[in-house]
Design a binder for this molecule. Structure first.
Ligand code: CA
Length: 254
């Protein structure tokens, strides 16, 4: 997941970014004024916007209105000072999803952020289940049936993103844009490594495979049984017969 924090108080912005990175495993970009905030919000693929109200160049109201008018549905969490209570109503009417009054507790900030990210993906429960796979987004734990699966932090983040959108084909570019900050293009070769790690830990020795590669399109998390035990022993042909040296087609940025 990737979050944009639009906040001109640098120390607060850094604290929020650290909490999101360390407490939720999210990638974070920071914008220090409203104009930069709107520009980044509209050019990046974010799972959550954290928006301060009083900002240089363009205030939070104007940013939010423009963002919603331009058709963006990403959840927005507003940060507001105590004397801005009246504007909260206007903000909720303008398309904000939640707000926090300053000063606030970082634990509450994290919980509200995670909840908004889930709701933005149509997920209500913090525990995501795909067949017998259970991913707990509060505890950051993963189980397959009775088996507990230890993942690296990046493997967890890849799996969490896929699990928020089960059965959807997720391109490598989409994964990169949602798992890294604005530097994401530097990391374009690592996704395959995390996917193969996940596949080894989650699917090896299981009859029902959950992680699937759609060549040239991306990855899907869904339950898919082998046709039958005997069919699995037959030599592979047709679509399964991919040349070993062949590279997956590069995802095209939309
Ligand atoms: Ca401010």
């Amino acid at each position: 997941m990737r979050v944009l924090v639009v906040e001109d108080e640098r120390r607060l912005a850094d604290n929020l970014a650290r909490a999101l990175r360390e407490g939720a495993g999210y990638a974070v970009d920071i914008a220090g004024d409203g104009e930069q905030g709107l520009y980044l919000a509209e050019s990046g693929d974010y799972d959550l916007l954290v928006l301060d109200l009083m900002l240089p160049k363009m205030d939070g109201h104007a940013l939010l209105s423009r963002y919603r008018q331009n058709g963006h549905a990403t959840p927005v969490l507003i940060l507001t000072a105590r004397d801005e209570k009246e504007s909260v109503v206007r903000l909720l009417n303008a398309g904000a999803d939640d707000y926090l009054g300053k000063p606030f507790d970082l634990g509450e900030f994290l919980a509200r952020s995670k909840s908004l990210v889930r709701r933005g993906k149509g997920q209500r429960s913090p525990v995501l289940c795909i067949a017998d796979l259970r991913l707990d987004t509060i505890e950051h734990t993963v189980r397959r049936g009775e088996r507990e699966i230890a993942l690296s932090p990046m493997e967890y983040r890849v799996l969490e993103y896929l699990a928020h959108r089960p059965r959807a084909v997720i391109s490598k570019t989409e994964l990169l844009e949602h798992l890294y900050d604005y530097n994401w293009e530097k990391f374009s070769n690592v996704i395959e490594v995390y996917i193969s790690g996940l596949r080894r830990k989650i699917d090896d020795d299981e009859a029902v495979k959950l992680i699937h590669t759609m060549r040239g399109h991306g990855y899907v998390l869904r339950a898919e049984a082998l046709p039958s035990a005997s069919a699995a022993k037959q030599p592979q042909g047709g679509a399964g017969n991919v040349k070993s040296g062949e590279q997956p087609k590069k995802a095209v940025k939309h």
